[in-house]
Each structure stands twice: as structure tokens, then as C-alpha cells.
Design a protein around this ligand. Sequence first.
Ligand SMILES: CC(C)(COP(=O)(O)OP(=O)(O)OC[C@H]1O[C@@H](n2cnc3c(N)ncnc32)[C@H](O)[C@@H]1OP(=O)(O)O)[C@@H](O)C(=O)NCCC(=O)NCCS
Length: 139
Amino acid sequence: MVEVASASQADIDWLAREDASAGKAWVSRCVALGEYLIAKEGGEIVGFLRFSRFWGRVPYMEMIRVLPGYRRSGVGTALFFAWEAAMRGEGARLLMTSSECDESRPQDWHRRNGFTETGAVELPGLQSVPEVFFIKRIG
Ligand SMILES: CC(C)(COP(=O)(O)OP(=O)(O)OC[C@H]1O[C@@H](n2cnc3c(N)ncnc32)[C@H](O)[C@@H]1OP(=O)(O)O)[C@@H](O)C(=O)NCCC(=O)NCCS
């Protein structure tokens, strides 16, 4: 049985390890602002969702990751649905996410959750392929 909750201070070390590209300072900031959801099974964290807000107001899912041994058992979907419900509860009408253009598997997963592709942005010097953006209307 998977349980989804907002991450707390006690989860920072785990998140800094498993969401390493964010860096510990950013992890701490996101935890303090309630911008992390974690999924637990049997008391152990098995996945997380990190988000921010585009323009300070449009919820933007920056990263969702489930530990390899726990994939394809509904954990990612539980994290995403909990986030969508929380954002709807805040009055959001649109959700955003993005992915590197050659990452077809995450993109298929986003489409499965109701996202549609809305354009791509080149990021010279940061990434060798364009970043594709997805939106989902929830209003
Ligand atoms: C993408 C990810 C978060 C999905 O989480 P998950 O817990 O494995 O997914 P779920 O079990 O909730 O998947 C629900 C459905 O999507 C399907 N699915 C799972 N991963 C998929 C993928 N990569 N592509 C397409 N469909 C996928 C499953 O088959 C399942 O369908 P089913 O119930 O009909 O079998 C997870 O696989 C992951 O951490 N991947 C590596 C990191 C990553 O790519 N993150 C996304 C970009 S930031």
C-alpha cells in the first residue's frame, strides 16, 4: 500500500541522496516550501515528486522518480495524482512539466497522465537536445 505525503525535515538526507542533481540547499528549500511529495511503502520512501511554480503561480513538475525496484506498481501514478489534487485544491487551472526531447519513455508517461506537448526550448551550453514542455488543463 503506497502512501503519499508532503516531505518533512527528516526526509532531507534521503532526498539529497536520491535527487542528487538538485543539491542539498535546493532540497532543503523545497522541503521548507512544501514543494516535495514522497511516496512510502511499509514506512520506507520509494519515490518522490519535486515541483516549483512557473511565473510563481503555474505548478511545474520538475522531477518525478520512483526507485528502480518499485517501478510499474502504481507509485508514480499515486505521486502524480496526489500532486494534481493538491494543485487543484490551490485553484490551479494548468499543470506544466518538461523532458529532454529524446527521452521518449518519460514523455509517454506524461501523455498517459493527460499531458500534451506544447513546444520545445533549446538550452545552448546547458543541454545538447531541446527540452520539450507539456501542459495539462485541470480547470
Ligand atoms: C516514470 C516513473 C516516475 C513512473 O513511475 P512508476 O511508479 O514506474 O509508474 P506507474 O507504475 O504508476 O505507471 C502507471 C502506468 O504507466 C505505465 N508506465 C510506467 N512507466 C512507464 C514509462 N516509462 N513509459 C510508459 N508507460 C509507463 C505502467 O505500465 C503503468 O501502466 P499499467 O498500469 O497499465 O501497467 C518511473 O518509472 C521512474 O522513476 N522513471 C525514471 C525517472 C524518470 O524518467 N522520471 C520522469 C522524468 S523526470
